[in-house]
Design a protein around this ligand. Structure first.
Ligand SMILES: O=C(O)[C@H](O)COP(=O)(O)O
Ligand SMILES: [Mg+2]
Length: 489
């Protein structure tokens, strides 16, 4: 930006539209007096301006580049209702305890977005702006989608309430496991793992994120053997069972073909990975809606842009977009397992999935009230390095509306897969019972598990094998507010 002269917005049209380069704040992308409208999309960016770049100008640049602006004045603005169409940065504050970083609030008029399109909304909000040179780094921390825009999305195809009704399972977390090893099993052996897990007491088994149709197991083989296992396990146990069949593939045509086959075999659920992209996700959600299928979403790939606090997109934003786009299950973290996840931050993601209105909750990373306008609820999935010995922590952190998924923590059991499943089901049921009786499971959990293990050798073996396993590493994605500050943000 070479020369600008005035700091404030330039109102004189002659000056404003003479050819050349102006500061973004001079062009009108900063308005400290702006009162966001109920119909505006709001975003909170964490920006790290380059040395010497004024934070307000940096915030204005974010508003500009993520809405209507480019680097130079264009007279064609005057052919539009540009005063309305410009996004407005309206507040900038230093991030507590992080010198050089600023929170910048930006409001976008609803007219800037196509109804029901995550692709369109994200092309603005995270389009060019994250590579913008005056910023060292930029992170979309949170967003508020106005009810008017929420109502243009169809949301989860099935939703948490209907899922429980279809499964006929209430009052406890659902229990699952990811089939392991991740890659390499033949269809027949894969089906054996699924049968044993389900018969042992799990509600669901699950394909891993990277199992599609590799040379060792064609997708049709997998689907056939898995559904044979599901049907046999349902018959033996008298419970509704399922196994998420991953239909992720190279093209939409392939995904539809796989989903149709899953349906024809009687599956209640299909699965996709986040890496298929927003448009594909919305298309698969439409397919699931039409075909009464639960849609499981594995957040494969998200850590490449959600984990670092200074740059990328927070997972709470991804979770909001996914609830709008429409998935029924979403991997949202475990806090205690092998993957990144500060407990409070992870609880924030769960609230985004499960609440009718998500309220501002700064210690959990939520900056805005979000009214979901009765959009269905997403069932969060806790998966990644968890085991029976953590059951009390998981239930204490996440409550009942969650799928607890133990892959290695089922398949790796020394007495075999079925024993692994029994251990998890017994641990789950004894903990829910203890909680319902009013016990303090957070503190008494280990004794409650040991007591149950006296009558359940699979649980005893699980605790002996994994009871001491913890993943105690510092979290990278934590809130900047230990408690809610007294001044409203
Ligand atoms: O995709 C997943 O959720 C993980 O592969 C879970 O596996 P784990 O329980 O063995 O960590
Ligand atoms: Mg996995």
């Amino acid at each position: 930006m070479n020369k600008p002269v005035e700091e404030g917005v330039i109102l004189d049209a002659k000056k404003r539209y003479s050819a050349g380069v102006l500061k973004y704040r001079q062009m009108g992308y900063w308005d400290a007096d702006y009162q966001p409208k109920d119909t505006d999309v709001l975003c909170l960016f964490r920006i790290t301006p380059q040395e010497g770049v004024d934070p307000i100008e940096a915030a204005a640049a974010v508003a500009g580049e993520s809405s209507t602006a480019t680097w130079t004045v264009v007279w064609t603005d005057r052919l539009t209702a540009c005063d309305t169409y410009r996004a407005k940065a309206y507040k900038v504050e230093p991030v507590p305890g992080n010198p050089g970083q600023y929170f910048a609030w930006v409001a976008y008029d609803l007219i800037l977005f196509e109804e029901g399109s995550i692709a369109n909304m994200t092309a603005s909000l995270i389009g060019n702006v994250f590579s913008f040179k005056p910023l060292k780094a930029c992170r979309l921390e949170d967003t508020r989608i106005p009810v008017a825009y929420v109502k243009t999305f169809k949301g989860p195809p099935t939703g948490m309430v209907v899922e429980r009704e279809r499964l006929d399972k209430f009052g406890r977390p659902l229990l699952g496991a990811t089939t392991k090893p991740k890659l390499g099993l033949s269809g027949r052996n894969y089906g054996r793992v699924v049968y044993e897990g389900l018969k042992g007491g799990l509600d669901f088994m699950k394909d891993d994120e990277n199992i599609n149709s590799q040379p060792f197991m064609h997708w049709r083989d997998r689907f056939l053997f898995v559904m044979d296992a599901v049907n046999k396990a349902s018959a033996v146990t008298g419970e509704v069972k399922g196994s998420y069949l991953n239909v992720t593939a190279a093209t939409m045509e392939d995904m539809y073909e796989r989903a149709e086959f899953a349906k024809s075999l009687g599956s209640v659920i299909v699965m996709v990975d986040l890496v298929i992209g927003w448009t594909a996700i919305q298309s698969m959600a439409n397919w699931c809606r039409k075909n009464d299928m639960i849609m499981h979403m594995h957040r494969a790939g998200h850590g490449t842009y959600t984990r670092q606090k200074s740059h990328g997109v927070s997972f709470r934003v991804i979770a909001k977009w996914l609830r709008l786009a429409g998935c029924d299950h979403l991997h949202t973290g475990t806090a205690v397992g092998k993957l990144e996840g500060d407990p409070m931050t992870v609880q924030g993601y769960y609230n985004v999935c499960r609440e009718s209105i998500t309220r501002q909750d700064l210690p959990r990373g939520l900056f805005f009230d979000q009214d979901w306008a009765d959009l269905k609820k997403v069932m969060p999935v806790a998966s990644g390095g968890i085991h029976a010995g953590q059951m009390h922590q998981l239930i204490d952190l996440f409550g009942d509306d969650v799928v607890l998924q133990f892959g290695g923590g089922t398949i790796g059991h020394p007495q075999g897969i079925q024993a692994g499943a029994v251990a998890n089901r017994v641990a789950l049921e004894c903990m829910v019972k203890a909680r319902n009786e009013g016990r303090d499971i957070k503190h008494e959990g280990p004794q409650i598990l040991q007591k149950a293990a006296q009558f359940c050798s699979p649980l005893k073996q699980a605790l002996d094998t994994w009871g001491d396993i913890t993943f105690n590493y510092a979290s990278t994605d934590t809130s900047d507010y230990a408690v809610t500050p007294s001044v409203g943000l």
